[in-house]
Ligand binder design. Structure first.
Ligand SMILES: *Cc1c(COP(=O)(O)O)cnc(C)c1O
Length: 344
C-alpha cells in the first residue's frame, strides 16, 4: 500500500462523510436557497466569532476574493515572501486586484510588527497605498510553523493604528489551533477576513469558507459571482464540510504526532542534512550535500512513500487523515533502512 504524504489535499471522503453528503438538503445557492450551505457558513462564522461566511470552491478563491474586498487598484499588499497568496495563486493579486505586493522575510514565514511597520508606506504621491496585511497560519512553506494569538494581537494593533486591513490565510488554521491551544472564537476580533480550507487536514473533498463582517461578505458574494464561483446545489459539498468540522478536528493531533515520528526518523539518516522543527502536520527537510531532492523522492517512491520536492534542496511530507499509524510505522522503517544510491 502506498503511503501518500504529498499533501493533505489527497484525502478521500469516508462512508460517514459520503452519507452526510448524500442526505444533504439542497437548493439553488445562487438564489440563496441552499440551507446546508447556509448552515456551514453560519457554523464556521460562529466558531470564529465573525458575523458571516461565504462558501467557495477553493482556498485560492477565498483568499483572492478577500484581497479584492480589502484593496483598491494601485494599492499594495504586505505579506511574507513564502505566502501562498503570492507564490501559489498564479499571480492572482495582480490579475484580480491590480495591486502590488511588498514581500517580507519572516522567520519560517512568521511576520512581526517590527518587520511590518517599516514597510507600510506613508501617504505620498509616489508610493502605492499600503492597504492590507496577509498572514498565513500555519505557514505552508515554513514547514507548518504557527502563529499564536499573542503574536497576532500586536500585528492587529499595528494594522488598526495605521488603517490597514488584516486577512488570515487559514488554510490550516485548525492545525494551528491544535498546536497552540488557542481558541477559534478568539480569532474573529483580530481579522477583517479569515479563509478556512475544508479540503486540507479536515478531509472534505472540496471547499473553503471566507469569514468576515456582514458588509465584507455582501461584497464578497458579488466578487465570487464575477469569479464564476457561484454554485447551485452546493449543499452536497457543504454537508461534507459540516461533517468535517464535527468529526475531523479532534483527530488532527494524531497527524501532528505522525509528522513528528517522520521527522525523528529523518533526523537520523545520512541522506538528510536538516529537518525544520515540526509543529503541525508538515515535515520539510533539506537533503544532504550533493544529493538531488528529486532523486531521493524517486527512491522513496520505490519504497511506497510518496512525497514532494519543494525547493532546490528541500522535500516535504504532509500527514493527514488517510494516513494510519501502521502506515507511519512502515514509512519510518523504510526511511531508516533506505540506502540512497548516488545521483543517476
Ligand atoms: C492549499 C492552500 C490554500 C488554498 O488552496 P486551494 O487548493 O486553492 O484550495 C491557500 N493557502 C495555503 C497556505 C494553502 O496551503
Amino acid at each position: 500500500m502506498n503511503v501518500d504524504l504529498r499533501s493533505d489535499t489527497v484525502t478521500t471522503p469516508d462512508q460517514g462523510m459520503l452519507d452526510a453528503m448524500m442526505s444533504a438538503k439542497v437548493g439553488d445557492d445562487v438564489f440563496g436557497e441552499d440551507e446546508t450551505v447556509k448552515a456551514l457558513e453560519h457554523k464556521l462564522a460562529a466558531m470564529f466569532n465573525m458575523e458571516a461566511g461565504l462558501f467557495c470552491p477553493s482556498g485560492t478563491m477565498t483568499n483572492q476574493i478577500a484581497i479584492k474586498c480589502f484593496t483598491n487598484p494601485m494599492d499594495e499588499v504586505i505579506c511574507d515572501q513564502t505566502a501562498h497568496v503570492y507564490r501559489y495563486e498564479r499571480g492572482g493579486i495582480a490579475y484580480h486586484s491590480l495591486a502590488s505586493v511588498r514581500l517580507l522575510n519572516g522567520e519560517r514565514g512568521i511576520l512581526t510588527p517590527e518587520l511590518i511597520e517599516p514597510e507600510i508606506n506613508d501617504e505620498n504621491v509616489h508610493y502605492p497605498h499600503s492597504s492590507l496585511v496577509v498572514l498565513e497560519n500555519t505557514v505552508n512553506k515554513g514547514g507548518g510553523a504557527c502563529y499564536s494569538l499573542s503574536q497576532i494581537e500586536p500585528i492587529h494593533t499595528l494594522c488598526n493604528i495605521k488603517g490597514l486591513k488584516l486577512h488570515l490565510d487559514g488554510a490550516r488554521i485548525f492545525n494551528a489551533l491544535t498546536a497552540t491551544g488557542d481558541h477559534a472564537k478568539d480569532y474573529g476580533q483580530y481579522f477583517d477576513g479569515i479563509s478556512v480550507c475544508l479540503s486540507k487536514g479536515l478531509g472534505a473533498p472540496v471547499g473553503s469558507v471566507l469569514l468576515g463582517s456582514k458588509e465584507t461578505i455582501k461584497k464578497a458574494v458579488n466578487i465570487r459571482k464575477a469569479f464564476g464561483g457561484g454554485m447551485r446545489q452546493a449543499g452536497f459539498l457543504a454537508a461534507a464540510g459540516i461533517y468535517a468540522l464535527d468529526h475531523n478536528i479532534a483527530r488532527l493531533s494524531t497527524d501532528h504526532k505522525h509528522a513528528k515520528a517522520l521527522a525523528d526518523a529523518l533526523n537520523n539518516v545520512n541522506y538528510v542534512a536538516s529537518v525544520l522543527p515540526v509543529e503541525t502536520n508538515i515535515v520539510v527537510f533539506e537533503v544532504a550535500e550533493g544529493l538531488k531532492p528529486a532523486h531521493l523522492v524517486h527512491q522513496l517512491a520505490e519504497k511506497g512513500i510518496a512525497c514532494n520536492v519543494t525547493g532546490p534542496k528541500t522535500v516535504r511530507m504532509v500527514t493527514h487523515l488517510n494516513i494510519s499509524s501502521e502506515m507511519i510505522d512502515r514509512a519510518v522503517e523504510n526511511i531508516i533502512h533506505l540506502h540512497v544510491s548516488a545521483n543517476k
